[in-house]
Design a binder for this molecule. Structure first.
Ligand code: OKP
Ligand code: ZN
Length: 347
């Protein structure tokens, strides 16, 4: 399977995220993708290539223009606030929740930053826009492979994407890579597309982007949002709305869930995707379901990821893998290639 590597990813390198009133070192670090790259090379999963660039119009199929405009100028605006900001990550401090207005775009940069985000854990740095949009290009290229007839492709995207919505960033995500891939598949002629999100955290951004659409099915297996990030979305009763009713499936599981129960949930999601009639599958591939992950709570073991890949292949759909979370950094490569190898063996 063709692997699309975003060689601009190290340009996004947050130093600190806000956690319990303190700035702590970022979990989402460039080394994550480096470990995966090494493992992909060692296990010969497929050719590793750079993605061709994409125009803003491709991103604008899933993101608001004013949000993309914000991202593309954010760093310069941040530094313009105070030249000393050049040495600090940009984090928001204000958010317009509920009854506040979001139709009037504030002139103030910090106010706009809060309008376009939902947490203080996702630092924006000098190269964030560059890294994130090239991640989107990798996702688009992976979709392009399926459109050209490939059985599978892997977009090694960093920063991750599934928490980013139509017009907001958060959860370390800025551009929703999986949504870009799904939309490219639709725009390329696939009539029905499914996104299966197996990151530990609910893919709130992807869900929200497709919530009222019948042409993209979203399914997610994740830590119960009652106790797990992103907290405010991901419950089982979120089934889609309008034309998209019953095209959204959330399978929240309690913290501490092991592979046997997790696998049943993923297989249930795959059956629903098959019943829906998807012509292609996008997998939001988070590896933070690993028992050793420092910020997550499921208990998958290294070898379980081979079974995950096999089960995904058994669904029989053209599949684009899009890399999401996973913070047991040194083990990430092993788990990623286990999924891909399991898939290739069964495909
Ligand atoms: C992104 B992805 C850790 C608190 C959790 C947000 C987690 C974002 C996960 N100190 N912060 O879904 O892997
Ligand atoms: Zn995650």
């Amino acid at each position: 399977m063709q692997v699309f590597y975003n060689d601009r990813h190290p340009l996004h390198h947050g130093r600190h995220e806000m956690f319990r009133g303190e700035l702590v070192p970022c979990f989402e670090v460039p080394e994550r993708a480096d470990f995966v790259l090494q493992a992909l090379r060692a296990r010969a999963i497929g050719d590793i290539v750079a993605a061709p660039g994409i125009g803003i119009d491709v991103l604008a199929r899933v993101h608001a223009r004013r949000y993309l405009e914000f991202l593309s100028t954010a760093w310069d605006e941040w530094v313009a606030l105070d030249p000393r900001n050049a040495g600090r990550d940009a984090l928001p401090s204000y958010w317009p929740i509920r009854t506040f207005r979001s139709d009037v775009l504030p002139a103030s940069f910090p106010a706009r930053m809060g309008l376009f985000s939902f947490d203080a854990g996702s630092p924006l740095t000098a190269g964030t826009w560059e890294a994130a949009r090239w991640g989107g290009a990798c996702a688009a290229a992976a979709a392009g492979q399926l459109l050209a007839g490939a059985r599978s492709a892997f977009a090694l995207t960093r920063p991750p994407g599934h928490h980013a919505g139509h017009d907001f960033f958060g959860g370390y995500c800025f551009i929703n890579n999986a949504a870009v891939a799904a939309q490219c598949l639709r725009d390329g002629g696939m009539r029905k597309v499914a996104v299966l999100d197996i990151d530990y955290h609910h893919g709130n951004g992807t869900q929200a982007i497709f919530y009222e659409r019948a042409d993209v099915f979203f399914a997610s297996v994740h830590g119960d949002p009652l106790t797990e990030y992103p907290y405010y979305l991901g419950h089982a009763d979120e089934r889609g709305a309008g034309a998209g009713l019953d095209c959204n499936l959330n399978l929240p599981l309690p913290k501490g869930t092991g592979f046997a129960d997790w696998r049943k949930a993923m297989d249930f999601a795959l059956r629903r995707i098959s019943a829906y009639g998807a012509e292609a599958l996008v997998v939001s591939l988070g590896l933070d379901t690993f028992e050793g992950d420092p910020i997550s709570g499921f208990r998958l073991a290294s070898a379980d990821y081979l079974r995950v890949g096999e089960d995904l292949a058994a669904a029989g759909l053209p599949t684009a893998f899009v890399f999401e979370g996973g913070y047991a950094v040194a083990d990430l490569g092993l788990h990623t290639v286990n999924v891909l190898e399991g898939f290739l063996q069964r495909a």
